[in-house]
Design a protein around this ligand. Structure first.
Ligand code: XMP
Length: 504
């Protein structure tokens, strides 16, 4: 049993499916013109027609199989989907001179889709065509000032259409509207993380069979969850964790503790000497990234050769990493360079990306179902080049060690005070600036450490975190005591933009 989402090319199709999952309804996306036989195989309880770039007047526009429109399964058409319904059943759709785009408010709404909803209903419009006359027997169930036909339904209550996008966050009551549709259609709501996990395991098993899978474990949530998934699926895998010597204190041990007991075949490669040698004297941030990326590929390639052959390379790519369109909903904008770029082509693997349709919070749910400890499941993002881009200027072992200890004090105090989950990312930066201070009767000439903590939704923009003064005071006193090489502690008040989160 599933809600089948027919995809007519909207940038929001995956988001519709995700919203349905949030409402605990199992959903499957099929091409807009999928034949009925294929749809029927999913035992559809309801069908959603997505939006799309086409107009019902385009000769080449994707059209649903007419069997979708017999009424045996309730249908919700969104945007193009609604226009198609109106057109198909004999209403009138007109081309608008200009697209209606952006926020609008429903001036009137009624019927099953809006059941239990009260007050102002703000909706997100994004379309060029409009329904100007409903099909015979249908009625208008919502309107906006600009658009007298913002939602429609047929007489029997089997077909619904909305001109706006209930799936985006700019339609704050959109989830209630979608939920009303599911309730009205009698859709079962038993899709849980445990079932999502079963489906992911099934997919991995079916794809991998008896072949071997290689994985680069980074210690982050996505690759750790993926490693656990491979172990749970019982496929032949090797998770390689490259210790580049640029990790935080205890990070490697933390990853081992999280993954080994749960059956992950983990190999830790200590390549810190090699990375530090390659980084010697490198001061330019982009050059640091290039050297680290290059060395990483070399090391990884060597392991792949020694331990191979592997048919698949598993990557924890998430849906927001996949979509290229920069416009659209929040998470769509996360940068792609964060994943290990270039690896697949160079090594000639087949890619296995079981999370490619999931969002971060869904992976966290999977992680919970798989037993990943919270230390990793809920942790802040950490850049691939690690502490190398937080030691400003050339990197060496001594400076890394100083930063590692100071960073650990900061992060642990955040955790102790319950502040860690409230900030999106917190970090310390070792500046190449020394300043004068006193310790006891002695003059000191110590390093300057910058603390940075930001709040953010997706890392694309960020605001400096308003951490309590008393807390900052405690951190500033504790760090020079525990890490005497540091003589001065400053807090970074720069938001993004104009600053980036990292200093390099
Ligand atoms: P910026 O500094 O661009 O960072 O505001 C935004 C987010 O991306 C992370 N970041 C990186 N992650 N490789 C990574 O894997 C990188 O080269 C890199 N640079 C920045 C940063 O930690 C923040 O979460």
């Amino acid at each position: 049993m599933a809600v089948v989402v027919l995809d007519f090319g909207s940038q929001y199709t995956r988001l519709i499916a995700r919203r349905l999952r949030e409402l605990r309804a199992y959903s499957v996306i099929l091409p807009g013109d999928a034949p009925w036989a294929e749809i029927e195989r999913q035992n559809p309880e309801a069908i959603v027609l997505s939006g799309g770039p086409s107009s019902v007047f385009d000769p080449g526009a994707l059209r649903p199989d007419p069997a979708v429109l017999t009424g045996r399964v309730p249908v919700l058409g969104i945007c193009y989907g609604m226009q198609y319904l109106a057109h198909f059943f004999g209403g009138v759709v007109e081309k608008r001179g200009r697209a209606e785009y952006g926020k609008a408010v429903l001036t009137r709404y009624q019927g099953p889709l809006f059941k239990g909803i009260g007050g102002e209903v703000q909706v997100w419009m994004s379309h060029a065509d409009a329904v100007v006359r409903t099909p015979p027997g249908w009625q208008v169930v919502a309107e906006t000032e600009e658009n007298p036909v913002a939602a429609i339904q047929d007489e029997a209550g089997r077909f619904f259409g909305v001109q706006f996008h209930p799936e985006v966050s700019h339609t704050p009551k959109g989830m209630e509207i979608l939920e009303n549709f599911l309730d009205h259609a009698g859709v079962r709501r038993d899709w849980t993380p445990a079932r999502m996990l079963d489906a992911a395991i099934e997919e991995v098993r079916a794809r991998v069979g008896r072949e071997r899978v290689l994985l680069a474990a980074s210690g982050g949530v996505d690759s750790s969850t993926l490693a656990l998934l491979l172990a749970k699926a019982g496929v032949d895998h090797l998770a390689v964790f490259v210790d580049h010597g640029l990790l935080r204190l205890g990070e490697r041990e933390e990853v081992e503790r999280a993954l080994l007991p749960l059956g992950v075949n983990l190999q830790v490669v200590d390549a810190s000497d090699r990375f530090l040698k390659a980084l010697k004297g490198v001061a330019d941030p982009e050059e640091k990234r290039r050297v680290i990326g290059h060395t990483f590929i070399e090391v990884f390639q060597e392991v792949a050769r020694e331990e191979g052959p592997f048919k698949f390379l598993a990557q924890g790519t998430l849906y927001p990493d996949v979509i290229e369109s920069a416009g659209g909903f929040g998470a769509a904008k996360i940068k792609s360079h964060h994943n290990v770029g270039g690896l697949p082509e160079e090594l000639g693997f087949e890619l296995l990306e079981p999370f490619r349709f999931l969002f971060k919070d869904e992976v966290r749910e999977l992680a919970l179902a798989l037993g990943l400890p919270d230390t990793i499941r809920m942790r802040h993002p950490f850049p691939g080049p690690g502490l190398a881009i937080r030691v400003l200027g050339p990197v060496d072992r001594e400076k890394l060690e100083i930063l590692r200890r100071a960073d650990d004090v900061f992060v642990n105090l955040l955790k102790e005070h319950g502040l860690y989950p409230q900030v999106w990312q917190a970090l310390a930066v070792l500046l190449p600036v020394r300043s004068v201070g006193v310790a006891g009767d002695e003059r000191r000439y110590g390093y300057t450490l910058a603390l940075r903590a930001v709040t953010s939704v997706d890392g694309m923009t960020a605001d400096w975190a308003r951490l309590p003064y008393d807390f900052l005071d405690e951190v500033a006193r504790t760090i020079p005591r525990r890490v005497p090489e540091i003589g001065r502690v400053v807090y970074d008040l720069t938001s993004k933009p104009p600053g980036t989160i990292e200093w390099e």
